[in-house]
Design a protein around this ligand. Sequence first.
Ligand code: PLP
Length: 348
Amino acid sequence: MPAVLEINRGRMLTKAAEVQKDAPVLAVVKNDAYNTGLPLAWRTFREAGIRAFATTSLREAVALRRMDPDCTLFLMNPVIDFDLLREYRIDMTLPSLDFYETHKERLHGIRLHLEYRNLLRRSGFETAEQMERVFLDKQADITGIWTHFAFADEPGAEHDREKRDWLGLLEQLSGHVRSLPFIHAQNSASYMLDGLLPGHTHVRPGILLYGSRPCSGIPESAVPNVITLSARVIQTIRLKKGESSGYCSAFRADEDCTVAVCDIGYGDGLLRTRARHDVMINGRRFPVAALMMSHLLVQTDDSVHAGDRVDLYSDELRVDHYTALGVGANSEQMSALNRMSLHTIIKE
Ligand SMILES: Cc1ncc(COP(=O)(O)O)c(C=O)c1O
């Protein structure tokens, strides 16, 4: 049996239903639903009452439409496949006045959400005046307005500023936006910080629906873990002081020791940064000695035997713990997991 990724669908469902009850959710399901699997996430979020989904990939939006004939699908990256957008009834971001002016003749029948650039400066209109030109043109089918905060995950002066700018822009455009069915800005951190912001129709979370806290100040109980990643000890080996194991002496023993060889490696998506921290075997933490493509060496003791389970992520070893330790963003750790080589189990 290869290393196992277990996804706790029951917990995903409970959390999604809780958020949806509090505020309408436009669920971010990009990158294969943060690598939990788009069909699973869609089925779970739909069961939780969520009726709107956002992704950056046209391919994913089309796949979602085939699963769900009547939800709202929002494409957060612009494309020029306008016929496909019409055919699959996919709403799309309108990322700039330039994009609008270049393509406006071909945008008919496509619902658009105007995007505000703000401090993220990734894409989006720069000013309310530019957006107003599109409203006044009256040719586009505008059904939404949105932005993405750059600093919500580290709230402070910059986040206060971007929030103020955005709320000011909505106020400035109030005559045009008041009755739009989609006004959305808030990722997980922003939602957990402020609840649904005034004048907004939806929150737009990702990571909190997939079991990680966007900021470490939030209690763990507020976002139950969803991901368990485990491997097995293939065998244990005894090394004498000075002996090495692994390619080019990846690990050299400072003293006589026991090393457990485990059946997981970076080929399964285990980040090298994660391997700088302990794993858990039989309820005890042990340090990683070396990471290879399909093997992990763990410095253990006589209590560890072939066949023992090795936990890399679990309720005690949460993805967000390692985010706080600098391993990588929550979504980065999850995206890295190789679903082609790992055996996935869904826990209902
Ligand atoms: C535009 C946009 N909105 C919302 C999200 C969701 O963010 P989070 O996963 O922090 O909730 C993302 C994620 O990267 C995003 O790019």
